[in-house]
Design a protein around this ligand. Structure first.
Ligand code: HEC
Ligand code: HEC
Length: 234
């Protein structure tokens, strides 16, 4: 039920911004798609349950031993190019694993690793395990102001819709039930940079409607650097 609703909400969010320029005016306080400030930063029992989806996190803990070797026992990896998965939406994790399996998202190691969780049930359980961990967090050091500006303000001239509208305040996600837009706040800087460049240069093409290719296509190298500095410390 909530799965369908969250997909619908995300679909509406995407539809709204892809078809309307009126949303550009709204990214500060009035945009209803933004969710409530700090909603996504909470590790409340309800939020954890909602973001963990339908899988079984206890079964997922056992099934994710191999994954934990790289992504960390609690989903907080230490290697800068291996993404943190702690507190990420289970539906997003599952989608990415499916995308690595089918090859829509390509990465030599992960294409092989994804093959080790063959069934939808295994994937849902592993995703629930990582989603149920404490949400990833940066070191909280000072905000990069240029990055913060790009993150929070749309640029009408460039047709760039502000990151905050989809990834939520501080990149912590919009709402535990809106699972299409991944948590990026507190993610490793090097991993974020790599993904933005991959989207911009067309090496990663698995976002819905190519939305991230459009967004990243408007970013210069220096803008990407400012953005990843801001996002990674959240
Ligand atoms: C040998 C190290 C290694 C192992 C083991 C591993 N991963 Fe990964 N994982 C990576 C790397 C590196 C990336 C980044 C790939 C890229 O840039 O696309 C990644 C990316 C991912 C992503 C994408 C996250 C995002 O934010 O988009 C998911 C989901 C994921 N791994 C899940 C798993 C699961 C589930 C397992 C166990 C079945 C697993 N990984 C095992 C190294 C590993
Ligand atoms: C219209 C909504 C939307 C906007 C605006 C948006 N994103 Fe995204 N972003 C997405 C979606 C959806 C995904 C998930 C792609 C997928 O399904 O693999 C994503 C994925 C990402 C990822 C990859 C995360 C991971 O774990 O691999 C990064 C990094 C990212 N976005 C950064 C940004 C930045 C920086 C901005 C602003 C300049 C931005 N996004 C604006 C929708 C959006």
């Amino acid at each position: 039920m909530s799965h369908t609703n969250s997909n619908m909400a995300a679909g509406l969010a995407l539809a709204a911004l892809l078809t309307s320029t009126a949303v550009f005016a709204q990214d500060e306080d009035s945009n209803p798609l933004r969710g409530h400030a700090n909603n996504g930063t909470e590790d409340s029992a309800t939020a954890i349950k909602q973001r963990s989806g339908t899988g079984d996190p206890v079964a997922g803990r056992a099934k994710s031993q191999l994954c934990q070797g790289c992504h960390g026992e609690f989903g907080i990896s230490t290697e800068p190019l291996i993404p943190k998965l702690g507190g990420q939406y289970a539906n997003y994790i599952a989608k990415e694993v499916h995308n690595y399996q089918s090859g829509i998202r390509s990465h030599q190691i992960m294409n092989a690793m994804a093959a080790t969780v063959p069934t939808d049930e295994d994937i849902a359980d592993v995703a629930a395990y990582f989603a149920s961990q404490k949400k990833m967090k940066g070191d909280g050091s000072a905000d990069n102001q240029i990055g913060k500006d790009i993150f929070t303000h749309s640029d009408t001239a460039k047709m760039r819709y502000a990151c905050i509208n989809c990834h939520g305040p501080h990149g912590k996600g919009l709402d535990p039930k809106i699972t299409t837009f991944p948590v990026i706040g507190g993610q490793h800087k090097d991993y974020l940079r790599r993904q933005l460049i991959n989207f911009r240069d067309g090496y990663r093409t698995n976002s819905p409607n190519g939305i991230m290719n459009k967004v990243a296509g408007t970013l210069s190298d220096t803008e990407i650097e400012s953005l990843v500095e801001y996002i990674s410390v959240q």
